[in-house]
Ligand binder design. Structure first.
Ligand SMILES: Nc1ncnc2c1ncn2[C@@H]1O[C@H](COP(=O)(O)OP(=O)(O)OP(=O)(O)O)[C@@H](O)[C@H]1O
Length: 288
């Protein structure tokens, strides 16, 4: 019998994690796998549980939550031979949606029963990791605002976006690659491993988590009248040809920004005004 560790974030999304273990046990192939459950009690606890789990000879460790839970788990399992699974019960679930992990507990657990593994890339930013999308500018400000809000979920995220929109301006960025230095001006800059932020908001429609490439996306601030078309294109995966949108592909960038913070998979963090962004190819085994 192989042991599987489920790390449940009870505050992710609509707090579906609180009683999720019964559903997981119902659908898990218990002839093959013995489930163990651990519930996170504070921010950072998920990584501590995963680190402990690394030494315990689990067949797989499953992040039960949203992209923050996936990030805290993935940063520990990176470069290990223990695969990470996802049961997506977060607000956005960007990586799970990109990987086509079912959003139902039943579907997600059935995927775990099959145990098919993909070696996915990770984006390293100043020694920290992003598995889905990281960014600076507007979306980093939104992630800071969202973190301070009491309620999570899509509605709170939209409120955070609206509040930040008025305050945020275009800023100057310098992007250095091995070949070139780009002086750019924009509202936000994203570093995409996966194709979306979550909720099917496709910021990098062509991105692929196992192609060894970072999609660096620069977006200029839209005027109010431009927002409906920009939003429509974001949710239909057709942003590429919008006049406010630019993309540079690469495996390593040095970035200079006016602020000193970023978000990594939706979690705000300090990175400084100058930092490096690099791909680590096929670094994390993931069940999908
Ligand atoms: N018991 C807890 N109390 C407070 N915060 C917690 C607890 N357990 C985990 N966290 C933190 O909760 C945050 C949010 O988790 P997560 O990102 O998985 O959910 P979400 O924001 O609803 O989903 P998504 O990122 O997909 O939009 C993470 O920063 C994590 O560190």
């Amino acid at each position: 019998m192989q042991k599987i560790l489920f790390i449940v974030n009870p505050i992710a999304g609509k707090k579906a994690g609180k009683n999720i273990h019964q559903d997981i046990i119902r659908y898990l192939d218990t002839d093959k796998f013995k489930p163990h459950f651990k519930y996170s009690e504070y921010s950072g606890h998920i990584s501590e549980i995963a680190e402990h789990g690394l030494k315990e000879n689990y067949r797989a460790i499953i992040a039960v939550g949203g992209d923050g839970t996936v990030n805290e788990t993935g940063r520990i399992l990176i470069h290990s031979n223990i695969p990470m699974g996802i049961i997506p019960i977060g607000s956005g679930n960007g990586l799970a949606r990109h990987l086509r992990v079912p959003l139902s507990v039943k579907g997600a657990v059935r995927l775990i029963n099959k145990m098919d593994i993909l070696q996915m890339d990770a984006i390293r930013i100043n020694g920290m990791y992003s598995f889905c999308v990281a960014g600076i500018g507007f979306d980093a400000e939104v992630s800071r605002m969202f973190q301070q809000m009491k309620a999570r979920g899509l509605f709170s995220y939209i409120i955070a976006c609206l509040r930040c929109f008025n305050q945020s301006k275009n800023q100057n960025f310098i992007v250095r690659t091995k070949q070139k230095e780009h002086h750019l001006n924009g509202f936000m800059m994203c570093f995409a491993n996966a194709n979306q932020f979550g909720n099917n908001a496709y910021i990098a429609p062509g991105a692929n988590v196992s192609d060894g490439i970072i999609d660096l996306v620069l977006v200029k601030k839209p005027y109010y009248l431009q927002i409906p078309l920009f939003a429509f294109k974001t949710f239909t995966g057709t942003l590429e040809n919008h006049s406010l949108y630019n993309r540079i592909n690469g495996s390593e960038f040095e970035i200079t920004q006016e602020n000193d913070f970023a978000h990594l998979d939706g979690e705000p963090t300090k990175v400084g005004t100058k930092f490096t962004v690099a791909i680590e190819e096929k670094a994390l085994p993931v069940i999908c």
